[in-house]
Design a protein around this ligand. Structure first.
Ligand code: SF4
Length: 240
């Protein structure tokens, strides 16, 4: 998933899947694979994901950081506290908050909420926060709202395997990653992000809001001005 978090920057997931398949075929889809592959070859393998020179360099930079700081061990890296690791990732060239949080949540099972375009669009259309609200404001809004679920974060949970069936509203059957054992806190954030993506892809389209069929239609405010501050947004979320 770490590789996917880099490749998905500014591109559709279908293009990322093609690049991942190329990496898998070349047996390069691992830390060692990226470390040992010359950058020109890496660029060629991931070209379908777009911005391939930039992304190949970012993957190399990440592995160099991992080697230098954690002796090449993802387990050692992910054992660090969430806030500390997030800060380190954000300090790396080419890692913004969405990429850092995707790595933390999906690869490391750290309980953080990933803010993406779908989330921004839904919040905007529901007049909770505008499209260009700061990333950190949106992340904190979700993490505070979902915080109560984290009181059981010491427990582990596992999504039941359903023999490759595609759940309703999902874009693909459960993957090894989506059914992996994870803490309850990480599970809550993982599931919420998945639900936002599902609504964004199936109902809250960029060019068209299919509110009549959408499971969130009852939460859509009929009228009223867009909220102007995070404090106001938090108040509205709590009152629901
Ligand atoms: S009800 Fe659904 S489609 Fe309509 S604005 Fe809300 S999230 Fe988007």
């Amino acid at each position: 998933m770490i590789v996917g978090a880099f490749l998905t920057q500014n591109t559709a997931w279908t293009n990322v899947e093609k690049a991942m398949a190329q990496l898998r075929r070349a047996r390069v889809l691992s830390v060692a694979g990226i470390r040992n592959t010359p950058i020109a070859d890496l660029e060629w393998l991931i070209r379908s994901a777009g911005y391939f020179r930039q992304k190949a360099q970012r993957l190399k930079n990440f592995v160099a950081y991992l080697d230098q700081r954690y002796g090449g061990s993802l387990d050692r890296m992910f054992a660090r506290p969430t806030a500390e690791l997030r800060e380190q990732l954000l300090a790396l060239n080419g890692i913004g908050p969405e990429t850092a949080d995707s790595i933390l949540l999906y690869a490391g099972n750290h309980p953080v909420f990933v803010v993406d375009t779908y989330t921004r669009r839904i919040l905007d259309r529901h007049r909770i926060l505008p499209l260009d609200a700061p990333y950190e404001d949106i992340r904190k809004l979700f993490e505070e709202a979902l915080g109560e679920a984290n009181f059981v974060s010491e427990c582990e949970t596992q999504v039941p395997q359903s023999a490759g069936a595609k759940p309703e509203g999902s874009c693909h059957p459960p993957t090894r990653m989506s059914t992996a054992r994870r803490t309850a806190g990480a599970q809550v954030f993982n599931e919420m992000h998945g639900l936002m993506v599902g609504v964004g892809k199936n109902f809250c389209l960029k060019a068209l809001a299919r509110c009549e069929q959408c499971p969130l239609r009852e939460l859509l405010p009929a009228r009223g001005p867009r909220l102007k501050s995070t404090t106001e947004a938090r108040r509205r979320v709590r009152s629901r």
